[in-house]
Design a protein around this ligand. Structure first.
Ligand code: PGA
Length: 262
Protein backbone atom coordinates (compact mmCIF):
# COMPACT_ATOMS: atom_id res chain seq x y z
CA UNK A 1 0.00 0.00 0.00
CA UNK A 2 1.23 3.48 -0.84
CA UNK A 3 1.17 5.83 2.14
CA UNK A 4 -0.33 9.19 1.12
CA UNK A 5 2.07 12.11 1.16
CA UNK A 6 1.10 15.78 1.23
CA UNK A 7 3.79 18.39 0.69
CA UNK A 8 3.73 22.14 1.25
CA UNK A 9 5.70 24.22 -1.24
CA UNK A 10 5.89 27.71 0.21
CA UNK A 11 7.87 29.01 -2.78
CA UNK A 12 9.35 32.48 -2.09
CA UNK A 13 7.02 33.22 0.82
CA UNK A 14 7.49 33.72 4.57
CA UNK A 15 10.25 35.29 6.60
CA UNK A 16 11.87 33.25 9.38
CA UNK A 17 9.46 34.79 11.87
CA UNK A 18 6.43 33.95 9.74
CA UNK A 19 7.70 30.43 9.10
CA UNK A 20 8.13 29.75 12.81
CA UNK A 21 4.69 31.07 13.58
CA UNK A 22 3.16 28.82 10.92
CA UNK A 23 4.89 25.70 12.26
CA UNK A 24 3.99 26.47 15.88
CA UNK A 25 0.32 26.93 14.99
CA UNK A 26 0.32 23.97 12.64
CA UNK A 27 1.85 21.62 15.21
CA UNK A 28 -0.54 22.82 17.89
CA UNK A 29 -3.55 21.56 15.93
CA UNK A 30 -1.97 18.72 13.95
CA UNK A 31 -3.25 15.21 14.59
CA UNK A 32 -1.61 12.36 12.66
CA UNK A 33 -3.96 10.73 10.18
CA UNK A 34 -1.85 8.10 8.44
CA UNK A 35 -0.21 10.45 5.93
CA UNK A 36 3.35 11.61 5.47
CA UNK A 37 3.75 15.39 5.47
CA UNK A 38 6.62 17.43 4.00
CA UNK A 39 7.11 21.14 4.54
CA UNK A 40 9.35 22.97 2.05
CA UNK A 41 10.02 26.51 3.29
CA UNK A 42 12.36 28.97 1.58
CA UNK A 43 16.02 28.23 2.27
CA UNK A 44 16.34 31.00 4.86
CA UNK A 45 13.72 29.30 7.07
CA UNK A 46 15.03 25.74 6.77
CA UNK A 47 17.01 25.86 9.98
CA UNK A 48 14.21 27.24 12.18
CA UNK A 49 11.48 25.09 10.64
CA UNK A 50 13.76 22.03 10.85
CA UNK A 51 14.42 22.58 14.57
CA UNK A 52 10.74 22.99 15.37
CA UNK A 53 9.84 19.85 13.42
CA UNK A 54 12.59 17.69 14.85
CA UNK A 55 11.74 18.77 18.41
CA UNK A 56 8.07 17.94 17.91
CA UNK A 57 6.43 14.63 18.74
CA UNK A 58 5.41 14.35 15.09
CA UNK A 59 8.96 14.33 13.74
CA UNK A 60 8.52 10.86 12.24
CA UNK A 61 5.61 11.89 10.02
CA UNK A 62 6.43 15.54 9.22
CA UNK A 63 9.65 15.99 7.28
CA UNK A 64 11.63 18.99 6.10
CA UNK A 65 12.01 19.55 2.38
CA UNK A 66 13.75 22.13 0.24
CA UNK A 67 12.65 23.65 -3.05
CA UNK A 68 15.87 23.43 -5.05
CA UNK A 69 19.54 22.49 -4.89
CA UNK A 70 22.71 22.62 -6.94
CA UNK A 71 24.20 19.36 -8.16
CA UNK A 72 27.81 20.15 -7.23
CA UNK A 73 29.02 19.78 -3.67
CA UNK A 74 30.79 23.15 -3.64
CA UNK A 75 32.55 25.57 -5.95
CA UNK A 76 32.20 28.82 -7.87
CA UNK A 77 28.41 28.87 -8.26
CA UNK A 78 27.39 32.25 -6.88
CA UNK A 79 24.07 32.22 -5.11
CA UNK A 80 23.62 28.45 -5.16
CA UNK A 81 23.21 26.02 -2.28
CA UNK A 82 24.59 22.47 -2.30
CA UNK A 83 23.07 19.32 -0.94
CA UNK A 84 25.89 18.93 1.56
CA UNK A 85 24.85 22.30 3.00
CA UNK A 86 21.16 21.40 2.95
CA UNK A 87 21.82 18.06 4.60
CA UNK A 88 23.40 19.89 7.53
CA UNK A 89 19.98 21.48 8.07
CA UNK A 90 18.33 18.05 8.32
CA UNK A 91 16.61 18.35 4.96
CA UNK A 92 15.01 15.05 3.97
CA UNK A 93 13.33 15.77 0.62
CA UNK A 94 14.23 17.97 -2.35
CA UNK A 95 11.79 19.36 -4.91
CA UNK A 96 13.40 19.07 -8.36
CA UNK A 97 12.26 20.38 -11.71
CA UNK A 98 9.38 22.53 -10.52
CA UNK A 99 7.89 24.27 -13.56
CA UNK A 100 8.75 27.68 -12.07
CA UNK A 101 12.41 26.61 -11.97
CA UNK A 102 12.13 25.30 -15.51
CA UNK A 103 10.45 28.49 -16.74
CA UNK A 104 12.32 31.26 -14.89
CA UNK A 105 15.67 29.64 -14.06
CA UNK A 106 16.46 27.59 -17.13
CA UNK A 107 16.05 24.21 -15.46
CA UNK A 108 16.08 21.47 -18.10
CA UNK A 109 15.61 17.72 -18.02
CA UNK A 110 19.42 17.51 -18.13
CA UNK A 111 19.96 19.70 -15.05
CA UNK A 112 17.13 17.83 -13.34
CA UNK A 113 19.00 14.61 -14.08
CA UNK A 114 22.24 15.98 -12.59
CA UNK A 115 20.37 17.11 -9.48
CA UNK A 116 18.68 13.72 -9.09
CA UNK A 117 22.04 11.93 -9.27
CA UNK A 118 23.45 14.25 -6.65
CA UNK A 119 20.39 13.80 -4.42
CA UNK A 120 20.85 10.03 -4.51
CA UNK A 121 24.56 10.32 -3.78
CA UNK A 122 23.57 12.18 -0.61
CA UNK A 123 20.88 9.66 0.32
CA UNK A 124 18.12 12.23 0.09
CA UNK A 125 14.71 11.85 -1.53
CA UNK A 126 13.57 13.83 -4.56
CA UNK A 127 10.11 15.10 -5.34
CA UNK A 128 10.39 15.19 -9.12
CA UNK A 129 7.94 17.64 -10.71
CA UNK A 130 6.71 17.15 -14.24
CA UNK A 131 3.88 18.78 -16.13
CA UNK A 132 2.71 20.16 -19.44
CA UNK A 133 1.83 23.70 -20.47
CA UNK A 134 -1.65 24.63 -21.72
CA UNK A 135 -0.34 24.88 -25.25
CA UNK A 136 1.20 21.41 -25.03
CA UNK A 137 -2.06 19.98 -23.68
CA UNK A 138 -4.19 21.71 -26.31
CA UNK A 139 -1.96 20.47 -29.10
CA UNK A 140 -2.31 16.89 -27.84
CA UNK A 141 1.28 16.58 -26.62
CA UNK A 142 0.73 16.00 -22.90
CA UNK A 143 1.91 12.39 -22.81
CA UNK A 144 4.90 13.05 -25.07
CA UNK A 145 6.04 15.92 -22.86
CA UNK A 146 5.64 13.90 -19.68
CA UNK A 147 7.33 10.88 -21.14
CA UNK A 148 10.33 12.99 -22.21
CA UNK A 149 10.52 14.65 -18.79
CA UNK A 150 10.56 11.22 -17.12
CA UNK A 151 12.90 9.50 -19.56
CA UNK A 152 15.45 12.31 -19.71
CA UNK A 153 15.15 13.34 -16.07
CA UNK A 154 15.58 9.76 -14.86
CA UNK A 155 18.22 8.80 -17.41
CA UNK A 156 20.79 6.43 -15.92
CA UNK A 157 19.13 6.55 -12.51
CA UNK A 158 18.45 3.33 -10.72
CA UNK A 159 15.37 3.18 -8.56
CA UNK A 160 15.00 0.03 -6.54
CA UNK A 161 12.18 0.90 -4.20
CA UNK A 162 9.07 3.06 -4.14
CA UNK A 163 10.63 4.98 -1.26
CA UNK A 164 13.39 6.31 -3.54
CA UNK A 165 11.31 8.95 -5.31
CA UNK A 166 8.09 10.91 -5.29
CA UNK A 167 6.71 12.16 -8.58
CA UNK A 168 4.57 15.30 -8.60
CA UNK A 169 2.38 15.79 -11.65
CA UNK A 170 1.73 19.51 -11.90
CA UNK A 171 0.05 20.77 -15.06
CA UNK A 172 1.52 24.24 -15.52
CA UNK A 173 -1.87 25.69 -16.43
CA UNK A 174 -3.26 24.60 -13.06
CA UNK A 175 -0.52 26.08 -10.86
CA UNK A 176 -1.66 29.14 -8.96
CA UNK A 177 -4.52 29.72 -11.39
CA UNK A 178 -7.48 28.16 -9.59
CA UNK A 179 -7.99 25.97 -12.69
CA UNK A 180 -7.57 22.57 -11.13
CA UNK A 181 -7.38 19.67 -13.58
CA UNK A 182 -10.47 17.47 -13.68
CA UNK A 183 -10.40 14.10 -11.90
CA UNK A 184 -10.53 12.40 -15.30
CA UNK A 185 -7.53 14.35 -16.59
CA UNK A 186 -5.57 13.69 -13.39
CA UNK A 187 -6.26 9.94 -13.30
CA UNK A 188 -5.38 9.55 -16.99
CA UNK A 189 -2.02 11.24 -16.49
CA UNK A 190 -1.18 9.50 -13.22
CA UNK A 191 -1.89 6.13 -14.74
CA UNK A 192 0.29 7.07 -17.73
CA UNK A 193 3.11 8.09 -15.35
CA UNK A 194 2.86 4.76 -13.54
CA UNK A 195 2.97 2.86 -16.84
CA UNK A 196 6.05 4.85 -17.89
CA UNK A 197 7.74 4.08 -14.56
CA UNK A 198 6.91 0.41 -15.07
CA UNK A 199 8.73 0.49 -18.40
CA UNK A 200 11.69 2.35 -16.91
CA UNK A 201 11.92 0.16 -13.80
CA UNK A 202 9.42 -2.61 -13.20
CA UNK A 203 5.73 -3.10 -12.64
CA UNK A 204 6.25 -3.85 -8.97
CA UNK A 205 8.46 -0.80 -8.34
CA UNK A 206 6.07 1.46 -10.29
CA UNK A 207 3.24 0.13 -8.16
CA UNK A 208 4.92 1.40 -5.00
CA UNK A 209 6.04 4.87 -6.20
CA UNK A 210 3.91 7.68 -4.86
CA UNK A 211 2.56 10.16 -7.38
CA UNK A 212 1.29 13.50 -6.14
CA UNK A 213 -0.98 15.89 -7.98
CA UNK A 214 -0.22 19.61 -7.77
CA UNK A 215 -1.96 22.70 -9.15
CA UNK A 216 -4.57 24.73 -7.27
CA UNK A 217 -5.20 22.00 -4.69
CA UNK A 218 -7.44 23.39 -1.93
CA UNK A 219 -9.48 22.00 0.98
CA UNK A 220 -12.52 22.31 -1.33
CA UNK A 221 -11.17 20.05 -4.09
CA UNK A 222 -8.72 17.68 -2.37
CA UNK A 223 -11.34 15.02 -1.62
CA UNK A 224 -12.18 14.14 -5.22
CA UNK A 225 -8.49 14.27 -6.16
CA UNK A 226 -7.37 11.91 -3.41
CA UNK A 227 -10.14 9.47 -4.23
CA UNK A 228 -8.46 8.75 -7.56
CA UNK A 229 -6.76 5.39 -7.82
CA UNK A 230 -3.32 6.60 -8.89
CA UNK A 231 -3.15 9.76 -6.79
CA UNK A 232 -1.08 9.25 -3.66
CA UNK A 233 -0.87 12.79 -2.39
CA UNK A 234 -0.61 16.43 -3.27
CA UNK A 235 2.02 19.13 -3.71
CA UNK A 236 0.39 22.29 -2.44
CA UNK A 237 1.43 25.89 -2.98
CA UNK A 238 -1.08 28.62 -2.11
CA UNK A 239 -3.23 26.52 0.22
CA UNK A 240 -0.20 25.52 2.30
CA UNK A 241 0.54 29.06 3.44
CA UNK A 242 -2.06 29.23 6.22
CA UNK A 243 -1.99 26.53 8.93
CA UNK A 244 -5.80 26.18 9.01
CA UNK A 245 -6.07 25.67 5.25
CA UNK A 246 -3.22 23.22 5.15
CA UNK A 247 -4.51 21.30 8.17
CA UNK A 248 -8.00 20.93 6.76
CA UNK A 249 -6.59 19.96 3.36
CA UNK A 250 -4.55 17.20 5.06
CA UNK A 251 -7.52 16.01 7.13
CA UNK A 252 -9.92 15.88 4.18
CA UNK A 253 -7.40 14.43 1.74
CA UNK A 254 -6.04 11.70 3.98
CA UNK A 255 -9.48 10.69 5.17
CA UNK A 256 -10.72 10.43 1.58
CA UNK A 257 -7.82 8.14 0.71
CA UNK A 258 -8.29 6.04 3.81
CA UNK A 259 -11.96 5.50 2.97
CA UNK A 260 -11.19 4.49 -0.60
CA UNK A 261 -8.53 2.03 0.51
CA UNK A 262 -10.58 0.44 3.28
P1 PGA B 1 -0.52 26.01 -6.19
O1 PGA B 1 1.01 25.61 -6.44
O2 PGA B 1 -1.07 25.00 -5.20
O3 PGA B 1 -0.48 27.40 -5.62
O4 PGA B 1 -1.22 25.92 -7.48
C1 PGA B 1 1.41 24.27 -6.54
C2 PGA B 1 2.88 24.17 -6.84
O5 PGA B 1 3.38 24.97 -7.65
O6 PGA B 1 3.60 23.30 -6.30
Amino acid sequence: MRKPIIAANWKMNKTIKESKLFVQNFLFDYAPIGCDIVICPPVTSLSSVGSLLSDSKHSSSIKLGTQNCHWEENGAYTGEVSLTMLKELAVNSVIVGHSERREYFAETNQTVNKKLKSIYSQNLRPILCIGESLEQRESGNTFTVLSTQLNEGLDDISITSGEDIIIAYEPIWAIGTGNVATPKQIQAVHSFIRETLAILYSQSIAGTIRIQYGGSVKPANIESIMQLKDVDGALVGGASLEPDDFLSLIQIGCKAKEQILS
